[in-house]
Design a protein around this ligand. Structure first.
Ligand SMILES: Cc1cc2nc3c(=O)[nH]c(=O)nc-3n(C[C@H](O)[C@H](O)[C@H](O)COP(=O)(O)OP(=O)(O)OC[C@H]3O[C@@H](n4cnc5c(N)ncnc54)[C@H](O)[C@@H]3O)c2cc1C
Length: 397
């Protein structure tokens, strides 16, 4: 199926990457799109067969080195996968997307060789999944100060508390727990990351009920009831866990921006086709109205702009030069602009936009997570504005 976004990708991306993107689009059209409505109406999470099929395609190992059985790709490949699968469903794209950008990344960034060789081969095939345990019921934006604690008792650490909003929880083999280890330490140097197996008898997972976004994605709360681990479970250094988590989030934010642009790509196609097909007033298409044209053109401009900016930053990320502020800004702008345009896109199409089979309403709901997740846009603005007012940076909230 032709997607208008492909015309931009052809000029922005190398041929080899484009072939990969097209293969994932084909997979999405054949293996995902035909089932989405049924999954949604039956309220089921992504079936195991769909996860296995994505594993067989190598989507979980895109960013894992070949020496560990991965594809040896980089964030550009992950972003292209997000654009390809997110076009129909964020829930589907986020499953390998969060696994790679949030679950695996802390181990790649700061894991030791024993942790890498023990886990990366199975993670690459989707046989294992790690989840990113940053958020808690009482700590979202204030993630630097976790209420989950890890206390040293003899030669062990004892973890207590609760994590929530953990994407991929149902399928996870391990959770990376961000826990307070030194409450008296300097800000940003109080917490440590631990790799905890989900099958530990003192780890209790529950799927969060009632979520109306990312419907096929598993979102769990994880209770840690005096879970004992040894030093081997530490990812990175003691009291330096926050740095591991925020560095991980830089790549995750670019992936979220890609998901927002995948929604925009879908809306451009849905609206431009509908504007040509919907006939009224003397048997003329509604696309002849200038206000309808405006909506389509504004979306198209935002799509081309967003892609150009995002790919520029992804290349910086791959080169190790991306700033936290740039990652925050592209996430803020792509998610808010797409969300604003979605209101107009739905209005442009009329009542049919409220129907699930038309597709727009799914994206409109899912875009909410893009605005709030991986750092809410409101909170990220404070981070992004600091370099603009350095002399009062310490006062900004
Ligand atoms: C579907 C879904 C999946 C998720 N997956 C994961 C995951 O895999 N792992 C994980 O750890 N977390 C995950 N999250 C959690 C997500 O990262 C948090 O929701 C997010 O960080 C915001 O935290 P909060 O919801 O507790 O909001 P709060 O921190 O309570 O903030 C509420 C609101 O207050 C305002 N606000 C807060 N701080 C500021 C500030 N400094 N400046 C201005 N305004 C502010 C903003 O409007 C913000 O939206 C997921 C969330 C959702 C919805």
């Amino acid at each position: 199926m032709f997607r208008h976004v492909d015309t931009y990708l052809e000029s922005l991306i190398e041929e080899e990457r484009l072939a990969f993107y097209q293969a994932v689009c084909d997979f999405g059209e054949k293996e995902i799109a035909p089932h989405l409505l049924a999954w949604e109406r039956q309220h089921i999470l992504l079936p195991d067969e769909a996860i296995a099929a994505m594993g067989a395609m190598g989507l979980f190992g895109l960013t894992i080195d070949e020496q560990y059985g991965g594809q040896g790709g980089d964030l550009m490949d992950l972003v292209l996968m997000g654009l390809a699968l997110g076009y129909h469903s964020h829930s589907v794209a986020i499953t390998p997307g969060a696994a790679a950008s949030l679950g695996i990344r802390p181990i790649q960034l700061r894991g030791n060789e024993a942790q890498k060789s023990a886990h990366l081969p199975d993670l690459a095939q989707g046989k294992r999944m790690f989840i990113f345990g940053l958020s808690e019921p009482g700590r979202g934006s204030d993630a630097a100060n976790p209420q989950v604690t890890a206390t040293r008792v003899h030669d062990k650490w004892v973890l207590r508390g609760e994590k929530c909003w953990s994407t991929n929880a149902k399928w996870a083999s391990h959770i990376i727990v961000h826990a307070m280890t030194n409450p008296e330490g300097n800000p940003g140097h109080r917490s440590t990351c631990f790799l905890v197996p989900m099958d530990d008898p003192n780890v209790h997972y529950q799927e969060m009920q009632g979520k109306q976004v990312w419907l096929q994605s598993s979102t769990g709360s994880i209770a840690l009831d005096q879970v004992e681990v040894t030093d081997d479970a530490i990812v990175g250094e003691v009291d330096e866990g926050f740095k591991v988590m925020v560095t991980t989030l830089n790549g995750g934010r670019l992936f979220i921006a890609a998901l927002a642009l995948s929604s925009l790509a879908f809306a451009v196609d849905r609206c431009r086709l509908y504007a040509q097909e919907r006939i009224q007033f003397n048997e003329q298409p509604i696309g002849r109205f200038q206000r309808v044209q405006d909506v389509i053109l504004d979306m198209d401009i935002a799509l081309e702009q967003g892609l150009t900016w995002l790919f520029h930053l992804v290349r910086q990320y791959n080169a190790g030069t991306l700033s936290r502020e740039s990652a925050a800004k592209v996430k803020i702008e792509c998610t808010r602009r797409t969300s604003e345009l979605y209101t107009l896109a739905m209005e442009m199409c009329g009542g049919i936009a409220s129907m699930d089979e038309f597709g727009l309403i799914r994206h409109a709901h899912d875009l909410f997570v893009c605005r709030v997740g991986e750092g809410s846009n409101f909170a990220l603005k404070t981070l992004a504005v600091k370099p603009l007012m350095p002399s009062i940076a310490h006062l900004l909230q």
